[in-house]
Ligand binder design. Structure first.
Ligand code: SAM
Ligand code: SF4
Length: 344
């Protein structure tokens, strides 16, 4: 493809509220080796793992990413479920990095397999890693995830700290009142001592809001107050499509971000689209509407039809689920998937 035609094709389509499509989140599996209670569907967590028979192949994901690129996407995040439990993720990364116009390929992981896979991810050209971690306490980590291997996760994090090729590191921490809110300062300390970023995420209601209780939601404003007891937070510039409000911890290289999906929705600047592991597009984490792409993928891959399906889904997307939540007009009963099933 010539540089000129690529330039033309990567001009983004906009939705009806003039928001561009730039960022693609691909769930490469809805399976996970952890059972975080706020993330997995309650009915499936007891079984340990959920799974789907018809997940997209890597070849299909790469072909679809080219179509998303033609519609304006320029960065891709691999997620799940836990992306690192799917074999050969490095090969997928390498292929995605080879797509002209895709400037950045990043990954979100629970960190369990980082220790063993980090080097091959870096060799494949991965740009950055976000790691999810909600507790530094082994017993609490076990109650949250169902895994006793906090040490293994921390060894992965240590290894990550020694690999500037995939920095800056962002740690994602969901804070739940009465569960891990007493560790907010421990995470801020980690950011200050490592010079990396911790982003606190407000607990969100998914899967009919079954696990979610408003009383357990700790607002970003409350987290800020806790951090301010020890650190001065210096506001940093935010870019239009940033989901996190960013701050520098004074006198350290560490940064703190607040992802305030509930108290300060960022729907009006959202530039994301999601592809689920089973081949559906979802233009908003909370939307009820998904478009199944698989009939246009198998048995024959039909690029023009796929382009139209993706375009229609994105162009008709609503103002945003978090906005609706704030207005009190979100219908929990119509949401059917949790984060692990959509791709967080
Ligand atoms: N397994 C990977 C991980 O844990 O990083 C990637 C997938 S996970 C679904 C992506 C992110 O979604 C994690 O940071 C997790 O904490 C977040 N998440 C899951 N359920 C959530 C909820 N109900 N509210 C807020 N964040 C949630
Ligand atoms: Fe798995 Fe990540 Fe969900 Fe935890 S947050 S259950 S690690 S997908």
């Amino acid at each position: 493809m010539s540089g000129q035609s690529l330039k033309k094709q990567s001009k983004s389509i906009n939705d009806r509220l003039a928001r561009p499509m730039r960022s693609l989140r691909i769930s490469i599996t809805n399976r996970c080796n952890f059972n975080c209670f706020y993330c997995k569907p309650a009915s499936k967590s007891a079984a340990g793992e959920c799974g789907i028979p018809s997940q997209l192949s890597y070849g299909e994901i790469v072909k679809l990413t080219r179509i998303f690129r033609d519609l304006g996407v320029n960065n891709v995040r691999l997620t799940g479920g836990e992306p690192l439990i799917r074999p050969d993720v490095n090969k997928l990364i390498q292929s995605l990095k080879g797509i002209p116009g895709i400037n950045e390929v990043t990954l979100t992981t629970n960190g369990f397999h980082l220790e063993s896979q980090l080097q091959q991810l870096i060799d494949a050209g991965l740009d950055r890693i976000n790691m999810s971690l909600d507790s530094f306490q082994p017993e609490r980590f076990y109650r949250l995830t169902g895994k006793k291997n906090l040490n293994k996760v921390l060894r992965g994090l240590k290894k990550l700290l020694n690999e500037p090729a995939v920095h800056p590191i962002k740690i994602n921490t969901v804070v739940i009142r009465g569960f891990n809110d007493d560790e907010v300062l421990d995470f801020a300390d980690w950011a200050a001592s490592s010079g990396q970023t911790v982003r606190f995420i407000e607990f969100m209601p998914l899967e009919k809001g079954l696990t979610w209780k408003k009383s357990e939601l700790l607002l970003s404003s409350e987290i800020k107050e806790i951090i301010s007891q020890k650190y001065s937070l210096i506001p940093l510039n935010n870019y239009r499509h940033d989901t996190a409000e960013k701050f520098q911890l004074k006198n350290s290289g560490g940064k703190i971000g607040f992802i305030s999906s509930i108290s300060h929705p960022f729907c009006n600047s959202c530039d994301r689209i999601r592809l689920t592991a089973d081949g559906r597009v979802k233009a908003c984490l909370f939307s009820y509407d998904e478009t199944d792409l698989t009939p246009s993928i198998r048995p024959v891959f039909k690029p023009e039809q796929l382009k139209e399906l993706i375009k229609t889904n994105f162009q008709t997307r609503w103002e945003g689920g978090c906005e609706k939540l704030q207005q009190g007009s979100y219908d929990f009963q119509r949401q059917s998937r949790t984060m692990s099933d959509i791709g967080g």
